[in-house]
Structure formats: structure tokens, C-alpha cells
Write a protein that binds this ligand. Structure first.
Ligand code: IPE
Ligand code: IPE
Ligand code: MG
Length: 239
């Protein structure tokens, strides 16, 4: 199927996520420093975000930086922080006049993050909080287990007892997002790496071997076609 034909197809997922993996290997294969891979990866992120929006998919989550990624060399982390800073500037320029909401999942009070990133992230969330046309959710300084612990601690502080799933979800970064339908992790790694564990219990997964900077519009269409053929049973008997 062609991209154009997929637009607003009711079978499309409503919330998709990219775990953008393979930037470093993409650069290595070309004899380039890893930072070049990250730059190419972020350029591709913009393109893919546009495709997802054009298709009419309502929510997009992006795994950009995990809690565990602090274990990387300082110069690589610094470079990634520079890219996030730019990304936040671009979001502001591009989306403020549109019906687009930016939610950022991750600890934005962590002092290890540059102050500009923390400030811009919070400002952008605040400025766009009443919009709902398309939600972009970059996960920066995000860890799934930490998110669950954060929720538990908030609930304890509020003195709530016997809470249910709905109540618990109110304490997650993704509380205003739709259920996570489909997750694409590039580069061939078959693991979740602490990404949205609560939200992904019934997500469909897709693991193309392609490195993220090379993941194309055609690859996105192929992935979505795979999703649309699946029979999501949620424990019941269907189809
Ligand atoms: C993903 O690419 C980008 C981030 C984690 C920010 P990697 O940097 O993990 O690339 P590989 O896995 O080393 O190839
Ligand atoms: C997962 O990729 C995190 C992001 C994409 C931001 P990693 O490259 O950090 O994951 P591992 O270390 O291979 O599990
Ligand atoms: Mg990786």
C-alpha cells in the first residue's frame, strides 16, 4: 500500500512509538564519529514525525535518552544534550501556532540535564498543554522503573489507599495519551531497554534490522502494514 492511501485509515494505530536505535553503528559503518550518527538520527526523527502526523496518527512517543544513557562518555552525552536543546527550539518554532501538544516524559528536574533543556522542556509543556490535535512525547532522561516508583511515591504522599489502575495512571507522564498501540525499535535489538513498561503491556512490537538514520518512509509504511494485519486479542478470542 502507498503512503497516501494509508492516511486516516481507521486501522492505523492511534499511538505509536519509536525506539530510535542504531545511530552509533550507522556512523561507525561510514567511518564517522558517533555524533554524526546522532545528527543523522535527529534529522530522520523530524521526517518521521512529519509522516506520522500526516498519516493522522494522534500520538507519537520517541525514546530519545534513557536514564541508563548517562553511562555513556561525557562528550557523547553533551552532544546529545545539544541536540535536545535544538529540538526543543525547533518544536517551539514549528508547533506553537499549530494544534500540537508536547509532553515530555522523563525527569526534568535532574540537575545533570543542562538548565536550558530543563527550562525549555517545562515551558513547552506548559505552553501547549491545552492543545490536543497531535501529541508528541519525547522521552528524555526517561526510565520505566523510575516512572513507576515516582507514581508510587506520589500516591503514598497523597495518602491514597486501595488505588486502581486508572488512579495509578494519573501519576504517569503519559496520563493524557492514548493507549500505546505500536512500538518500532530499529537496529535489530530485541529488547525494551526500560521503555514505557506499564504502557506497553499490550502494545504490538516491530523490530526492523535497519539502523535508525536509514529508517525510511517506505519502512514506516511496511511497519504499519504489519501492525494492521495483526489480530489484537487482549486475552479474549477474536477473529
Ligand atoms: C540510539 O542510537 C540513540 C540514543 C540512545 C540516544 P545508539 O547511540 O544507541 O546507537 P548504537 O546502538 O550504539 O548503534
Ligand atoms: C535505548 O537504546 C535507549 C534509547 C533509544 C534512547 P540503547 O542503545 O541505550 O539501549 P541498549 O543499551 O542497547 O539496551
Ligand atoms: Mg543503541
Amino acid at each position: 500500500m502507498k503512503f497516501e492511501k494509508l492516511k486516516n485509515n481507521p486501522k492505523l494505530p492511534k499511538h505509536i512509538a519509536f525506539i530510535i536505535d542504531g545511530n552509533g553503528r550507522w556512523a561507525k559503518h561510514r567511518g564517522l564519529p558517533r555524533s554524526f550518527g546522532h545528527k543523522a538520527g535527529f534529522d530522520n526523527l523530524k521526517k518521521q514525525t512529519d509522516y506520522v502526523e500526516q498519516l493522522g496518527i494522534k500520538n507519537l512517543s520517541l525514546y530519545c535518552f534513557s536514564k541508563e544513557n548517562w553511562n555513556r562518555p561525557k562528550d557523547e552525552v553533551d552532544y546529545l544534550m545539544k541536540l535536545f536543546d535544538q529540538m526543543l527550539d525547533e518544536y517551539k518554532q514549528r508547533y506553537l501556532t499549530k494544534d500540537v501538544r508536547i509532553v515530555i516524559s522523563g525527569d526534568m528536574d535532574d540537575q545533570r540535564l543542562p538548565e536550558t533543556v530543563r527550562k525549555k522542556a517545562k515551558e513547552l509543556m506548559e505552553l501547549t498543554k491545552n492543545k490536543s490535535g497531535f501529541i508528541i512525547n519525547p522521552c528524555i532522561n526517561y526510565g520505566g522503573r523510575q516512572e513507576i516508583i515516582k507514581a508510587v511515591n506520589e500516591i503514598i504522599k497523597e495518602n491514597k489507599k486501595d488505588i486502581d489502575e486508572n488512579e495509578f495512571e494519573k501519576h504517569l507522564y503519559t496520563k493524557d495519551l492514548l493507549p500505546l498501540d505500536f512500538i518500532i525499535r530499529t537496529s535489530g535489538e530485541l529488547r525494551t531497554s526500560n521503555f514505557l513498561p506499564w504502557q506497553s503491556t499490550y502494545s504490538e512490537w516491530y523490530f526492523p534490522k535497519i539502523l535508525w538514520p536509514s529508517f525510511s518512509k517506505k519502512d514506516l509504511v511496511k511497519a504499519l502494514m504489519s501492525y494492521m494485519k495483526r489480530n489484537r486479542r487482549f486475552g479474549a478470542i477474536k477473529g
